[in-house]
Design a protein around this ligand. Structure first.
Ligand code: A3P
Length: 437
C-alpha cells in the first residue's frame, strides 16, 4: 500500500474545503497534525474548518498553532476579534469587516473578504448581535449591497430579527459655544437624519425624572423603574413625532449630556455625541454672547467673568465624561477637527452611528435647515463650515484673562484634553503671559 505524502494529503483536504466540504477536509487533519513534522498550513486549514463548522471554542488554539507554524491569516484574525466582541485591526485583514463591525472609518475602496453566511451564523452563535446589526445596517448596505443581502438571508434563516432601530436616538451635547449647533445642522443635512432646533425637553425631562426619584414617590409606590418607563414612553413618543419620516433623530440641547446617565437608562439604544472645544475659545465666546436671565435681566453666572466661564467649561466636560456609558454609546468630537477636517470628522461620526456616508453633510448651509432667531448660533450656522472662530480668542483674551483660565480648573482640563502643555513646576508659562502664540 502506498502512503500519501503529508503535503499531498493536506492539498487534498484543502481541495475538499474549497469545494465546500469542510467536514471531509477536517477528517484528514488530526493524523497530519500528529506527525512529527506536520505539513505547513495544516493548523491554518484546521482553523478554517473549525470556523466553518461553527467550532468556535477550538478556534483560538488552532489559530495559535497556525501562528507557531508561521502561517498568519489576517482576515481570520479580524473575524476572531469580532467573535470576541471587540473588532480589532490585524495587519491588513478584512478592512471592510473591521470598519463596519467597529463603526470605524473605511479609508479603502474594498469589498468584504469573509463569507457572509458563515460570519453571521458564528456571530449569532457567540451572542454578538450588535455586530450583526452593524453588518446588516444601511451603512453596510450602501457599501456592499450583495454581501449584505446574503448576510440578511443567513440571519433570517436563523430566525434572527433585527431590533427596531427607530429608537436609536442621537443626543448631542457639550458646553454651550462648543459648536453644538453646527454639528446638529451638519447631521440634519444627512438624508436619513432629522436634527431640528434645540428643544430643551429631553434634558429637562431627565432632570425632572431624577427629582421625582426620591423618598416621597418611592413611599407612594412609584419605583425608579416605573419612572424610567414613564419617561421613556413620553420621550419616545415625542421624539418619533418630532422626527417623523426620518429613520434617525438627533436632538441637540447643550445640557443633554449633563443628564446622560438618566437619558442612557431611559433610552437603552440611544447614542451620545459630546462636542468639545478649546476652553479659551469657549470662554471668549461666552463673554461675547453674555447671555442673561430673561426674567431678571442679569447675566447668567457663567457669563459674568472669564474665571466663571472657564470653571463652567471645565465642570461641564468633567461631569459629562464621568457619565460616559462606554465607547459604543458615547463619542467625543473636537470642534477643531470638525471645522478643519469636516469630511474626516463626519465620516468618523457617521461610521460610529452606523449610518451611510452622505456628502450632503459637508454642505449643511445648502440643505433645508430650521435656524430659529432665538438660537444665538443660527446666523453663524447659516454659513459654510469655516475655521475663523478657532483663533479669535488669541486676539481678544489678554494676559490676565489667560492667567485666570490657566490657573484654575480649566487649566488642568486644557492639559488633560491636549489643548495646552503642562507647565513644569517653577516655570512661568509663556502662554499664561499671552506670549505663546
Ligand atoms: P464663536 O462664538 O467663537 O464664533 P454653539 O452652537 O455650541 O453655541 O457654538 C457656537 C460656536 O460655533 C460659535 O463660536 C460659532 O462661530 C461656531 N460656529 C457656528 N457655525 C459655524 C460654522 N459654519 N463654521 C464654523 N464654526 C461655526
Amino acid at each position: 500500500m502506498t502512503q500519501t505524502n503529508p503535503s499531498d494529503a493536506l492539498a487534498q483536504a484543502r481541495a475538499h474545503f474549497d469545494a465546500g466540504d469542510p467536514s471531509q477536509a477536517a477528517q484528514a487533519l488530526p493524523a497530519l497534525m500528529a506527525l512529527e513534522h506536520p505539513p505547513l498550513g495544516v493548523w491554518h486549514l484546521g482553523a478554517l474548518c473549525a470556523e466553518t463548522l461553527g467550532d468556535l471554542e477550538s478556534l483560538p488554539q488552532l489559530i495559535q498553532c497556525s501562528h507557531d507554524q508561521g502561517v498568519v491569516d489576517a482576515d481570520l484574525m479580524v473575524r476572531l476579534s469580532c467573535y470576541a466582541g471587540e473588532p480589532t485591526a490585524q495587519g491588513d485583514g478584512d478592512p471592510w469587516l473591521l470598519a463596519v463591525a467597529s463603526g470605524g472609518v473605511l479609508t479603502l475602496d474594498v469589498e468584504p473578504a469573509s463569507d457572509p453566511v458563515m460570519l453571521v451564523s458564528n456571530l449569532l452563535a457567540c451572542g454578538q448581535e450588535g455586530i450583526v446589526e452593524r453588518l446588516l445596517s444601511p451603512r453596510a448596505q450602501s457599501l456592499a449591497p450583495k454581501w449584505v443581502t446574503q448576510a440578511q438571508s443567513a440571519a433570517e434563516a436563523l430566525s434572527w430579527e433585527a431590533p427596531d432601530t427607530r429608537q436609536d436616538w442621537i443626543f448631542i451635547g457639550g458646553c454651550p459655544r462648543s459648536g453644538t449647533t453646527l454639528l446638529r445642522a451638519m447631521l440634519n443635512a444627512h438624508s436619513r437624519i432629522y436634527a431640528g432646533p434645540e428643544t430643551k425637553v429631553f434634558r429637562d425631562l431627565a432632570n425632572i425624572r431624577d427629582r421625582w426619584d426620591r423618598a416621597p414617590a418611592h413611599q407612594a409606590g412609584v419605583s425608579s423603574e416605573m419612572l424610567d418607563r414613564a419617561a421613556a414612553a413620553f420621550s419616545n413618543q415625542l421624539l418619533s413625532e418630532w422626527g417623523q419620516g426620518f429613520p434617525r433623530v438627533a436632538e441637540k440641547t447643550p445640557g443633554n449630556l449633563l443628564h446622560m446617565t438618566s437619558l442612557a437608562r431611559i433610552h437603552p439604544r440611544a447614542r451620545f455625541i459630546h462636542i468639545i472645544r478649546d476652553g479659551r475659545a469657549v470662554v471668549n465666546s461666552l463673554m461675547k454672547v453674555n447671555w442673561s436671565n430673561p426674567t431678571t435681566g442679569k447675566s447668567l453666572w457663567y457669563c459674568e467673568s472669564v474665571g466663571k466661564a472657564a470653571a463652567y467649561w471645565a465642570a461641564n466636560i468633567q461631569q459629562i465624561r464621568a457619565q460616559s456609558p462606554g465607547p459604543k454609546r458615547y463619542l467625543e468630537l473636537r470642534y477643531e477637527d470638525l471645522v478643519s477636517n469636516p469630511e474626516g470628522a463626519m465620516r468618523t461620526v457617521l461610521g460610529w452611528l452606523n449610518e451611510p456616508w452622505d456628502p450632503a453633510v459637508l454642505a449643511h448651509h445648502l440643505a433645508p435647515q430650521e435656524l430659529p432667531e432665538m438660537e444665538t448660533s443660527s446666523s453663524d450656522v447659516a454659513q459654510p463650515v469655516h475655521t475663523q472662530a478657532n483663533s479669535v480668542w488669541q486676539q481678544t483674551l489678554d494676559a490676565q484673562d489667560l492667567a485666570e483660565i490657566h490657573d484654575g480648573p480649566a487649566g488642568k482640563m486644557l492639559v488633560e484634553l491636549g489643548y495646552k502643555q503642562a507647565t513644569p513646576r517653577g516655570q512661568v508659562s509663556l502662554e499664561s503671559l499671552g506670549l505663546g502664540f
